[in-house]
Design a protein around this ligand. Structure first.
Ligand SMILES: Nc1ncnc2c1ncn2[C@@H]1O[C@H](COP(=O)(O)OP(=O)(O)OP(=O)(O)O)[C@@H](O)[C@H]1O
Length: 261
């Protein structure tokens, strides 16, 4: 379980995340949603320890995160972040092997078991053919799938994903979210596509201007009034005809009301 207690984070002297109290229970797939600039990435960066909390506490399985050595955190928590600048040229297999680093001593060579995990992870994201290709030559969506493969190879119980599907076509969006869901790990993922969030998440946390303003199941949270408040859009929410999850239909701004006299 990841627990946030009154968590605040400042960037450049400005408090961005404001006193967020929330939890991600073991085995849950929790979506983090909110408008651009609402603080989702900043909150996730604080959880994966790129940023230090300004105030408050984060615990992982009951232990204060700040007291857990970074390498131990990496064994438990894998991250797909938005920015992954690479200064050197790596092959796809080398990127995925990086997922094994937390499990090894410095300069310890890769074992056949590591190699098998790497190959299996690439197979799971459908990129086994790209094993020896340069990472920099891949498309944005392929790079994102390699990052997911790295996370799979890491074998962590907690996944922190910052918009893990924003470069993917619809087939791969569904495939990756289904794959992540099937792992039965604990997931906290910032997602922009609210219909996908509704389909895959057990619970949604909604951010607005750095505050957590809603926390509940997709059915509880994704109401027309919340969508209007958070995203300034008019929308209709109905249950999915097969899966019974909420499906949101948005009304384009310029035709708002035209067909609904
Ligand atoms: N390094 C930084 N320096 C200054 N301001 C920052 C920095 N990082 C984030 N911010 C500010 O913090 C706010 C929240 O940004 P954050 O990236 O956390 O939002 P987000 O909800 O993830 O947005 P998006 O949906 O656009 O990815 C924004 O106003 C942003 O400008």
């Amino acid at each position: 379980m990841i627990k946030l207690e009154e968590l605040s984070t400042a960037v450049g002297g400005k408090t961005i995340v404001q006193q967020v109290t929330a939890s991600v229970n073991k085995g849950e797939f929790v979506g983090l949603v909110g408008s651009n600039g609402s603080g989702k990435s900043t909150l996730l960066k604080t959880i994966y320890r790129v940023l230090k909390p300004q105030a408050g506490l984060i615990t992982l399985e009951g232990e204060a995160l700040s007291r857990i050595p970074l390498k131990e955190t990496a064994k438990k928590m894998a991250v797909v972040s938005q920015e992954a600048p690479l200064l050197f040229e790596f092959k796809v297999r080398e990127i995925v092997h990086m997922g094994r680093f937390p499990h090894k001593r410095l300069l310890e060579p890769d074992t056949p078991a590591d190699e098998e995990m790497v190959q299996q992870a690439l197979q799971q994201v459908g990129l086994q053919d790209k094993l020896d290709e340069p990472y920099s030559g891949l498309s944005g969506g392929e790079k994102q799938r390699v990052q997911i493969a790295r996370v799979l190879a890491q074998g962590a119980d907690y996944l922190i994903l910052d918009e893990p599907t924003n470069h993917l076509d619809i087939h791969h969006q569904l495939h990756i979210l289904e794959l992540v869901k099937s792992l039965e790990v604990t997931v906290l993922a910032a997602l922009h596509d609210l219909n996908l969030a509704a389909m895959y998440c057990d619970r949604l946390l909604v951010m607005k201007e750095g505050n957590l303003v809603a926390d509940g199941t997709p059915e509880e949270v994704l109401t027309p009034s919340l969508l209007a408040e958070i995203f300034q859009v008019q929308a209709e929410v109905r249950p999915h005809p097969v899966f019974n999850k909420p499906v949101i239909t948005f009304f384009p701004t310029e035709t708002r009301g035209r067909n609904h006299k």
